[in-house]
Design a protein around this ligand. Structure first.
Ligand code: FAD
Length: 290
């Protein structure tokens, strides 16, 4: 089923992002996380893509669909040539994958520029056009920043390419992580004023640790509100930080749900505990169905 159709339902969708395993040592934790979160009946999930582990993404997506009967979307990036990209898309189509998140992709080394494998595929909008223009019937998602992308001079620059992604055929958007809902509300207001009608799903990250927070904010360009940063600085250890992160995320989700968001998409980093605690709190507040 197309994710855009799931997002058009009256109740907000709940979804999780899993990271495809980089090596065998990550497989057990991932399997346990998928099983634990599948028990919370997400409406859909997604699996990240890296060029070196691309096959693992596709394996995991098809396995989640078959074993758990949950709609699973494959991420795909501009890390391959156009020919190789078509081979991957053909494979996905044969396996019954219905949705693709079309991305430019992170550079293999943080801080270095992204080097496309094919001059035809340098930005996410090129990949979206390739998927739409080749007659595939996938639902297509795209990423968007609520704050300035690290490579962009400003948010206006970023917004013009967001429009291009939608014009090229993206039928829903997932935001980069953010810790202040004001950025999400501003983006949605701006998009609606510009005539962009597709659902914009907030992407949420319960802070996993000081180290991961520093890495993720550098990579995404997300800012941390002073009060949250202050509390993190004073926290005694990563357990205390995780508890703070869960509390902050519950408050974010509650405000987003009250504002009528189409869904909540959790960046899980292949850990189930924080999303489960957040969903339990939202159910307790009767903000999502039990
Ligand atoms: P683009 O839209 O191509 O934007 C990249 C940069 O180029 C931006 O600065 C933009 O302003 C600029 N730009 C865009 N179009 C043009 C143009 N036509 N001309 C000039 N400049 C342009 N990364 C992975 O490697 N694997 C994943 O699985 C993955 N999953 C993700 C899931 C989500 C929900 C999100 C939000 C991000 C994910 N990322 C992933 C990270 C993502 O690839 C990076 O954030 C990347 O820096 C930008 O990707 P994009 O698709 O928004 O790229």
């Amino acid at each position: 089923m197309r994710i855009a159709d799931l997002l058009a339902r009256s109740r907000p969708s709940i979804s999780f992002e899993f990271m495809a395993p980089r090596d065998e040592s990550e497989v057990d934790v991932l399997e346990r996380t998928v099983a634990a979160l599948a028990g919370h009946a997400p409406d859909w999930v997604s699996v990240t893509y890296r060029v070196r582990t691309g096959e693992k993404t596709l394996e995991l997506v098809t396995r989640i669909k078959r074993h758990y009967h949950i709609e699973a979307m494959a991420h795909l990036t501009c890390a391959n040539t156009a020919d190789r990209t078509r081979q991957i898309l053909n494979w996905m189509e044969r396996e019954g994958v219905a949705n693709v998140l079309a991305l430019r992709g992170d550079p293999p080394t943080t801080g270095e520029p992204f080097t496309p494998a094919d001059p035809q595929l340098t930005h996410a909008s090129d990949l979206i056009r390739l998927v739409r223009g080749s007659g595939y019937r996938f639902g297509i998602g795209a990423a968007c920043s609520t704050e300035k992308h690290p490579e962009s001079p400003d948010v206006e620059h970023e917004f013009q390419y967001l429009q291009l992604k939608v014009e090229s055929g993206a039928d829903f958007l997932i935001t980069q992580l953010f810790f202040d809902n004001r950025f999400y509300f501003d983006l949605v207001a701006r998009a609606r004023a510009a005539g962009i009608k597709v659902p914009i799903v907030p992407g949420l990250m319960p802070v996993p640790s000081r180290r991961s927070l520093a890495l993720m904010t550098t990579m995404s360009g997300a800012s941390v509100p002073a009060a949250l940063q202050g509390a993190i600085d004073e926290a005694s250890d990563d357990d205390a930080i995780r508890a703070l992160g869960v509390r902050h995320c519950i408050a974010q989700c509650a405000e987003l749900l009250e504002a009528g968001v189409p869904g909540l998409h959790f960046y899980t980093f292949n850990r189930a505990r924080a999303p489960i605690a957040i969903l339990a709190a939202l159910r307790g507040q009767q903000l999502i169905a039990s």
